[in-house]
Design a protein around this ligand. Structure first.
Ligand code: SF4
Length: 181
């Protein structure tokens, strides 16, 4: 079991780009991710991220803090850790993805940014060179758009970021999504 708490903060995109967005250095993190260039939500993009962001005045940042059950925290066997993470992170990412799509459809000229890679399909078609299967529902990744997650967590939400590393479950972690408008 786990608990999830969502917090939403609004920032000016110009402030976010100057204080928290470092598209080039964060791209280096993306390049180390197994989804790099293998999921349509993730880099490599055929457009300039900063130019897209600058078309919008504001960014609502959605942070979902996931507190893991005390009994799940700590070193686990890989299979056990995966089961715990699937139950919590994947579910919360799906919920946030859907919520952001609703927010986007409710607000004229807005663009949702989803947490991490798109998980709508069992294996993204980008891997095999196909087009996106659900272009109406898939969106670009919040991380892929260059926000520094550690700075965002501590500077905007006042919560230090904690990562899931290998099979070690932290006390909590945070997933992020956004709405540009
Ligand atoms: S909808 Fe499917 S094909 Fe499109 S980005 Fe998501 S996982 Fe990939």
């Amino acid at each position: 079991m786990y608990t999830a708490k969502k917090i939403v903060k609004t920032v000016k995109t110009s402030d976010y780009l100057s204080d928290y967005g470092n598209v080039n250095s964060n791209l280096n993190y993306c390049m180390q991710c197994p989804n790099y260039n293998k999921n349509w939500a993730c880099p490599v993009y055929d457009f300039n991220v900063e130019e897209v962001i600058k078309k919008f005045r504001n960014l609502d940042i959605y942070a979902v803090k996931i507190d893991f059950d005390k009994s799940d925290v700590g070193e686990k066997l890989p299979g056990e850790a995966n089961a715990i993470l699937k139950k919590s992170l994947n579910k919360e990412k799906r919920l946030l993805h859907n919520e952001l799509l609703s927010k986007e459809s409710a607000r004229h000229n807005s663009k949702a940014l989803i947490p991490n890679q798109c998980k709508l399909c069992n294996g993204c078609s980008r891997i095999t060179g196909g087009n996106c299967v659900y272009p109406n529902k898939s969106r670009y990744s919040f991380e892929g758009f260059g926000g520094d997650l550690e700075k965002t967590a501590s500077g905007i939400f006042n919560i230090p970021m904690k990562w899931v590393i290998d099979s070690k479950i932290p006390e909590y972690t945070i997933i992020f999504g956004g709405l540009l408008y």
